[in-house]
Write a protein that binds this ligand. Structure first.
Ligand code: CU
Length: 122
């Protein structure tokens, strides 16, 4: 009986060590891995697409930025250590466009071509 108790304890230790090791391994994988965010914008046309993508790509830690004019969704791949969705939305706002619930910078919006304004030309 005593022996099986030792065996059980030993197994438990091995199992615990395995769990800890596994955790360390998966934690090792996460940092600096890229994340993706989808942001709904007020883009209207191809000019908007170019302006928004350019503004977002200026940020540090952006892997890619792609706006689908049809759905108005901007898909951004970024490095979480370097930037975050809030900063990306701010960059979109600064370019003159709404991003999810944050509104476009008014001065930048007023400078947009007529066709790029929310109710202009479409
Ligand atoms: Cu436009």
């Amino acid at each position: 009986m005593k022996i099986s108790k030792y065996v059980a304890t030993a197994l438990l230790v091995v199992f615990a060590a395995f769990l800890i090791n596994n955790n360390l391994f998966s934690e090792d994988k996460t940092p600096s891995k890229e994340s993706t965010v989808k942001i709904f914008t007020s883009a209207q046309c191809g000019t908007c697409k170019k302006a928004i993508e350019k503004a977002v790509k200026k940020l540090d830690g952006i892997e890619s930025a792609d706006l689908d004019v049809k759905t108005k969704f901007l898909t951004v791949a970024f490095i979480p250590d370097k930037t975050n969705p809030d900063e990306i939305r701010k960059a979109v706002n600064k370019a003159g466009y709404d991003a999810d619930s944050t509104k476009a910078d008014e001065r930048a919006y007023n400078k947009l071509p007529k066709c790029c304004k929310k109710d202009g030309g479409h």
